[in-house]
Design a protein around this ligand. Structure first.
Ligand code: TYD
Length: 135
């Protein structure tokens, strides 16, 4: 599976670190929405969905978590454990977020506003969506 990750350049100096991200320069879309997930309880698995249009960049800005990706044919696991690593998830990808450290803060940059009608929350519907795009 083709997984797109970014290694963001930190502007480190003797005061500490800073990462700056600009749309279309550091990732390939404009940001309409930002949200973050934190205080996730042990053994919780979030996500369990794909999107019809939405594109996202995931960055674990503190702590760590793992992302399960499924393109309808193959699966992959990605560890996010540094604020300099970004994971690009395009629309038609089933995703689950799990194994959150107790201090994890998962920042998400999203290409669209929140729209429940863009979600595909049933795995069989996701497989049908992938198949319909391939035919
Ligand atoms: P949910 O979709 O269950 O999160 P996840 O996919 O990470 O498991 O979202 C949890 C709640 O937050 C749900 O009531 C919808 C709401 N929500 C918003 O209002 N705006 C948003 O941008 C997001 C991502 C969720």
């Amino acid at each position: 599976m083709d997984i797109k990750t970014y290694s963001f350049e930190p502007h480190g100096d003797d005061r500490g670190q800073l990462v700056a991200l600009e749309e279309y320069k550091d990732f390939p879309f404009a940001v309409k929405r930002v949200y973050y997930i934190y205080d996730t309880l042990k053994d919780v698995v979030r996500g369990h969905h794909a999107h019809k249009c939405l594109k996202q960049i995931l960055i674990c800005v503190h702590g760590s978590c793992r992302i399960h990706l499924d393109d309808g044919h193959e699966t992959a696991e990605v560890l996010l454990d540094t604020p300099t690593k970004g994971l690009y998830i395009e629309n038609d990808m089933w995703r689950e977020m799990y194994d959150f450290s107790s201090d994890a803060v998962l920042l998400v940059l999203a290409s669209e506003l929140y729209d429940e009608s863009d979600y595909i929350r049933n795995y069989d519907d996701f497989k049908a969506f992938v198949a319909s795009k391939e035919n």
